[in-house]
Ligand binder design. Structure first.
Ligand code: GLN
Length: 326
């Protein structure tokens, strides 16, 4: 019996896509329901809530952008995608002995589950899980060296030397991130943090404070859409097994207790951050970043989530559907 060809998610004409992005940016500029800027990290509270940007970096082609796509913002938890990639590439499957890969169904900074599960975080995207990844990365080197390694890695993934850490944001979180201190201390008590807690926390606060624009973030995430290709540089290629696993964890855990909703409404692997950014991946087609600082109650950007929903509708981009179906 003849087998039918696999369904491919199609790409889209750049002129048509630019028109879609311009329309979405126009809608978001006029939106009145914009959510609330995160204020539990004092330095983030000052960001103006009238901003919206979006960028699409196709696997084969030039970036397309609309709105405030070149303003750098705090990527926060989106950086966990890049630290997870670095850890998986360095240590392979051994990381899963110290962190799970199941959705938590809890807020990103929840403490209760961690006690019930003996200090092994549900997944690498909740704060506790990312702190374990930071602990793996800091082993054998100083926090400063580890932060530099992560920053260099992000620059390579984005092919952009202009990416930096916002030191004020890092200090702000160092001063006030007591829940993260509690998570790290508890995991240290359970033996799942090996370094003095200040080391992984230092690394974690600094990688969350990496600033990127939508254009830079979409470029950094391109390897997840491009089967591990890092801007044609063979020495830096990310393995396909790593790409598949990260996309899977983004789909199931990328938005904490709102991951099901994003999968339902958008249908793409994605990762949110409390700086208001969302990175989304259309495997084989494009990497997408949208940003607007106002958040909903679950800590996801109201307008970036809306933009992803509208983009998915207009392009038919979804890992669950056939091309062209809105
Ligand atoms: N740095 C933030 C925190 O630890 C990251 C949270 C997020 O973006 N969801 O609270």
């Amino acid at each position: 019996m003849a087998r039918s060809a696999p369904v491919m998610i199609s790409s889209i004409d750049p002129i048509e896509l630019q028109a879609i992005l311009d329309r979405i940016a126009g809608t978001m500029a006029a939106a009145t329901e914009r959510g609330r800027v995160a204020d539990y990290i004092p330095e983030l509270a000052d960001v103006a809530n009238d901003r919206f940007g979006i960028a699409v970096v196709p696997v084969n082609g030039e970036a397309l952008v609309a709105g405030n796509a070149d303003i750098a913002f705090s990527v926060q938890s989106i950086s966990k995608v890049f630290t997870l990639t670095l850890a998986l590439e360095k240590f392979g499957g051994a990381i899963w002995e110290r962190v799970g890969r199941e959705p938590s169904g809890d807020p990103f900074n929840s403490i209760v589950q961690l006690e019930l599960e003996h200090g092994v975080p549900r997944n690498p995207f909740i704060n506790a899980g990312a702190i374990v990844i930071a602990d793996l990365l800091v082993d054998g080197q100083t926090p400063h060296e580890t932060v530099q390694e992560i920053l260099t890695y992000c620059r390579q993934l984005a092919n952009d030397e202009g990416i930096n850490i916002d030191q004020d944001v890092a200090r702000s979180e160092e001063r006030t991130g007591f829940r993260n201190v509690a998570l790290a201390s508890f995991m240290r008590a359970e033996g799942n943090i090996r370094a003095p807690v200040g080391h992984p926390l230092d690394v974690y606060f600094h990688h969350c404070a990496i600033a990127m624009s939508c254009r830079q973030l979409a470029a950094a995430g391109r390897y997840l859409a491009a089967a591990g290709d890092v801007h044609g540089d063979d020495a830096r290629r990310v393995s396909m097994s790593c790409v598949r696993r990260i996309n899977a964890v983004m789909m199931t855990c990328g938005h904490y207790d709102a991951s099901g909703e994003f999968a339902f409404r958008v249908g793409l692997p994605g990762k949110s951050g409390v700086g208001g950014g969302i990175l989304g991946i259309v495997p084989g087609v494009a990497s997408i970043a949208a940003w607007s600082p106002g958040l909903n109650a679950k800590g996801s950007s109201v307008l970036a989530s809306r933009a992803f929903e509208e983009l998915a509708k207009a392009t038919g981009w979804s890992v669950f559907g056939a091309p062209g179906q809105g």
